[in-house]
Design a protein around this ligand. Sequence first.
Ligand code: TYM
Length: 334
Amino acid sequence: MKKEIVVSGIRSTGYLHLGNYFGAIQNYVKMQDAHECYFFVADYHSLTTHPDPKDLKKNVYRVVAENVASGLDPEKVALYAQSDLPEIPELYLMLNMLAYMGELEKVPTFKDKVRLQPDNVNAGLLTYPVLMAADILIHRAVKVPVGKDQEQHLEMARNFANRFNGRYGTDFFPEPQVYRFNNDTVKIMSLDGNGKMSKSENVNATIYLSDDDDTIRKKIMKAKTDQGPTVPNAEMPDYISNLFLLLQLTASPDITAHYTSAYNNCNIRYGDMKKQLAEDMAAFVKPIREHAAALQQDEQTIKRILKDGAEKARISSRATIEEARKLIGINYYQ
Ligand code: TYM
């Protein structure tokens, strides 16, 4: 039986953090055996913020190394750089003809960027969801493992797929769906309680896969808490449930059960809970950090992974673009 096709990408804009790990990479690893997987470094997407050319290669290599160190096996999946597949910008161009200003201007991530970087509202930012749709549709993927923050982009990818199918009278592109384990997409919040953990905002409230043990301890001990609940079984504020989520993701179930019961009985000591979480988190990140650091020293291996990945991925991207050209009518020599 043909395996289901999976695509997902990570921008090469900075150090990867727990949000990237639990929201995305961990799921990639879980999917790599039973699916046909295409995972890539979204280096074109990172150009919207004009990174220094000197940094790009290092950033791309780091994303590859951190994915592999997290358990992704480049023998089982195609792991490649977006810019190594020329079919992606070609499909992006085709889809741009079916994407409308009005809908692109309404996308919340676009509105955020306009607010955050008013001096650089470029067309690449506006059409960011179109490029993302091209990344996914180029392999005709059906499942896309991403964190909660990308759900709206996936909805747009489905719209563009349907619009293409409608216009060219086919069912060529399947509708890509967000892939959820346990029916829930993950959102890891920043440790200061302000929004999601992200690559560029508040470094001290973000735990990176490259952080050493002491840095992790310090960041967790500073995480936002409060006086604790005053009535039994109170609803948790989001910054507290975020700490519980991290505990659940890294500590043994009896530890999480212990602190949950302490919370419900109003006798939780957040200092103790954070100490425990800091130790479990440090132990969790250490092997990933060490493996990723070693891999980044080994440029030959990274280059081989990227080349092999692009070669595998281009088999499917070429087939899609050839067919898409024919459907559109770009078919002059047959
Ligand atoms: P990026 O690079 O911001 O993030 C990569 C992946 O990590 C997830 N993620 C999170 N999950 C939970 N909690 C968080 N705090 C958190 N922060 C990040 C993201 O949901 C994502 O899955 N536009 C995408 C990259 C992309 C892409 C694609 C993804 C480009 N083309 C095609 C899927 C398919 C982005 O900027 O992700």
